[in-house]
Design a protein around this ligand. Structure first.
Ligand code: NAD
Length: 291
């Protein structure tokens, strides 16, 4: 029989990821604080439960796909306190968490006789639906080898290093991604005002050295069509950028553009609604010109 997998956090990413595990034949025990999310998980074939401890009940693996490190830590505490997971079970934090918090949590989890690995992802909702995520892992070789069959259902794994390494690389990736999106949005507006066709600009960048996830994916798929529905929240992006710049600061590395980017994104986040998609920054940057 396949492993029993607890899955906690059934949002934009967690819902399609848990669905894939159900479809791959795993016994998935799904929990989210949102009753609607639990109902959707039930409809997709998971066993929906009422608590985090219930999701961990008899589980060999518990996947966490939650907004922040603080929430991950409180859910993990609940699981440890309940003692419902199998002895030696592995918690896999696939959220984009803070690597320092992850290291602290790993010690807590180890002391309780369980294990923790970090396995954050890139590839968005589309990657979650299609099982084509890039999964950046941090943790011991042996533990990661054990969880690999489950991760393989969700995407392609790249081992970044020890516990916290996956979370560090993920935060850095998103700082790159956010900075690219901001400057792309600035030059797209400038180009349009100069009289350039946005589609022509993107086609040229995508065959040139200015290409990025913003020119290849975000602009053509969510911004030009004005749907702004990538499924990745602006506040979550800002959280990742703050993790990255704080990490840079703590290492003593310069983070000049990074800090400026955090400030700009924070300003946009302060003005846009809490649930705004991160691609809304493009529209917000355009609106600055009209002030
Ligand atoms: P989301 O806000 O859509 O989903 C988070 C879910 O967690 C919600 O359903 C919420 O109800 C639930 N939740 C909150 N607190 C909880 C608790 N205490 N117990 C149980 N459930 C709780 O977020 P998302 O977009 O799915 O992102 C999840 C994580 O993955 C974040 O760390 C995010 O930064 C990261 N991420 C997102 C994307 C993306 O494209 N959306 C891509 C890569 C990584």
């Amino acid at each position: 029989a396949k492993a029993t997998v607890g899955f906690i956090g059934l949002g934009n990413m967690g819902a399609p990821m848990s669905r894939r595990l159900v479809e791959a034949g795993y016994d998935v025990r799904a929990f989210d604080v949102s009753p609607e999310a639990r109902t959707r998980a039930h409809e997709s074939g998971a066993t929906d439960v009422e608590t985090a401890a219930g999701a961990a009940d008899g589980a060999d693996l518990v996947i966490l796909m939650l907004p922040t490190s603080a929430i991950v830590a409180s859910v993990a505490e609940e699981i440890l306190a309940a003692g419902t997971a199998r002895p030696g079970a592995t918690l896999i934090d696939m959220s984009s968490s803070d690597p320092f918090a992850t290291r602290t949590l790993a010690e807590r989890v180890d002391a309780a006789g369980l294990r923790l690995v970090d396995a954050p992802v890139s590839g968005g909702v589309k990657g979650a639906v299609g099982g084509t995520l890039t999964i950046m892992t941090g943790g011991g070789d042996e533990t990661l080898a054990e969880v690999e069959p489950v991760l393989a259902v969700l995407g392609r794994t790249v081992h970044a290093g020890g516990v916290g390494a996956g979370h560090a690389v993920k935060a850095f990736n998103n700082l790159l991604s956010a900075t690219h999106l901001w400057v792309t949005s600035e030059i797209m507006e400038a180009g349009k005002r100069f009289g350039l066709d946005p589609a022509v600009m993107l086609a040229i960048f995508n065959g040139s050295s200015g290409r990025s996830g913003s020119t290849e994916n975000k602009w053509p798929n969510f911004i030009i069509p004005e749907t702004f529905d990538s499924g990745f929240g602006l506040r979550l992006m800002l959280k990742d950028m703050q993790i990255a710049t704080q990490l840079a600061r703590q290492t003593g590395a310069p983070s000049l553009l990074g800090e400026d980017a955090v400030e700009l994104w924070a300003e946009a986040a302060g003005e846009l609604p809490p649930a705004a998609d991160h691609t809304e920054v493009a529209r917000w940057i355009r609106s600055l010109a009209e002030r």
